[in-house]
Design a protein around this ligand. Sequence first.
Ligand SMILES: Cc1ncc(COP(=O)(O)O)c(C=O)c1O
Length: 442
Amino acid sequence: MSTSHLDALEVQWLETYNQRNARSLEANKTAQQLIAKGQRTRFNSGMPYPIYVASGSGSRFTDLDGNTVLDCNAGWNASFIGRAHPAVTAAVHTAMSSIGAPGGAMHPSPIRDEFAQLLCARIPGAERIVFAPSGSEANTYALRLARAFTGNQIIIRVAGGFHGQHDALLGEQSSKTGLSPTAHDNIVTVPYNDLSAVRDVLQSRHGSVAAVIAEPMMTIPGAIHQRDGYIQGLRDETRKHGVLLILDEVITGCRFAVGGATEYYGLSAAPDLIVMGKMLGGGLPVAVVAGRADIVEQPISASNTHAQNPVALAAAVATMKATTPAVFADAAAKGEKLRQRLREIAERLGFSLAVTGDGPCAGVHFSSEEIVDYASAERADHRLWRLMCLGLANQGLGLTSRTFGPTAAWTDEDLNTAIGGFEVTLSAMAKAHQLDHERATA
Ligand SMILES: Cc1ncc(COP(=O)(O)O)c(C=O)c1O
């Protein structure tokens, strides 16, 4: 049997990818001898190996082979204001040359407290904070705080949600190799956007639940946005049952609005704990748990050498000052336009494509059903998704995770470049798909 048109397209795009990225391919061969596979190739996209960055600024970078790439994943969600932002670069230089980069806790510098003041003024419900160097550690502390405060053990999490490397929180899409078999003993998993499932657990396990942890918009399965006031519903139900709500805003916190998802979705009351990281540091490692003072003051273990690094905090302060309400509104408007144009392109091509997302974030799912949770996202055609990422890479669009979209660094031209790249890629895929369909039904 001859190969399908989609198979042939994949072979052709792989060849193009290898030709475009010959130097990155060579660099990857060296890296294979030095760096564990899990950290070299953690991709759910179609690229066979990552593209190395030679230089970059704003929304774009130049790779080792001299190609210009539009960053569609915000530097793996670590920088909303783009690469080498002048204010962040200057702040880092100043802090590094005047303070240096020691661990910060024992001899703090004023930049730490300026950061705390700014953050607490921006985020509703942030009365006090605990620092961490990563979202994973911040979520670890959030769980400890919730269990210490309530005296309960059970944590309700959402299927398909990712909260970092805490053993108990590693979910559907992470390797369980090396975990203790008891790691998930006190974890109960519910589907996203299903309030009745949470209600059922809160009732059946009444008196045992410490917290519900959820992202305002699920990111790893592809920008699955809340329906029917789900997050407000979580706030109401947790309150009713005396259980804490931990909102994991590691991705959304510095992307949706100055006040994060609480402001963006207009929640009537703030979450008890808000976890932030990634974009918070403007590309440098800064994370926090913020929330009610009486919860955050629980005497958990949270000492951490790199958690209050003054250089990283200088970058975070500069980032907060640069991200005004107008900056968030502009990125969200671009996100809305991107989602709209993707829907139009798919409709014109006759492709079954579900476009999801909120704020500046978008997700696409090759599926004819509405994508509301991890299960529906899993039923989409992942092979087509990977092929699309490969095609986009050859168009100079860097898209390596399922949630993508504009950042504050994107210009109108960037938005048009992205839409154009999707159009070219999806058109080629639709053509091959149609030819395969015709052959199958002939
Ligand atoms: C929602 C969410 N929470 C937590 C984390 C973990 O953050 P970090 O990689 O900084 O440990 C991630 C990372 O992707 C995330 O997406």
